[in-house]
Design a binder for this molecule. Sequence first.
Ligand code: CA
Length: 223
Amino acid sequence: MFGVRKNNSRGFSLIEILIAIAVGLTIMGALYSSFIIEKKIYDVQAQVAEMRQNARAAMDMMMRDIRMAGYDPVNTPKLGTIVTAAADRIRFTVNLTRTNTTTTALNSPDEDILDPNEDITYYIETLTTGTQQLVRVARERLSPSTASDFRISPIAENIESLAFTYHKSDGTSAGVISDIREVRITLTARTALPDPSYTDPVKHDHYRRYTLAAKIIPRNLLL
Ligand SMILES: [Ca+2]
């Protein structure tokens, strides 16, 4: 009779392997879920940071420009003024330089508002894609030999609303342009992409929003 050979160095049973695989998969699944959650948090934070930076940069640029509204060192007659004071847009002029003719030294102020960046408008433009962007329309020259013309420059994308109010020096609403001493701006930006886990309490969509407000006193309007 042949003796039965007993093998003590047995391997894993099928059940053990299946359990090991199941445990492994569970751990991997948990790791993957936490990775996805962390990535989502990171993505949302990046979107929010971009939105805020976008809004601040747009507001800074408008403030810098509007602060100069009415600037005119020649002043006879004064040409720099606010031209359009609407709730959704502002247009104003400044007399920065002369560059159009050769009768006066370049870059000395002349008596016109036809040089680059002397006639500026800000408003929101809605693109065919539905994206809303803040644009700056300004007189610009394409070359030294051409006259200045209006050029539209996109300043910031995903600017959802832009509202202007105009005030007298005592803070009350200015009824006519000549009474304006203060311009207030409210700007709302939104994230470029929606976040499905977030619902806006007012708009009921999935975009996060950021609103900035500023008050500007263009000193040159007083002169
Ligand atoms: Ca000029």
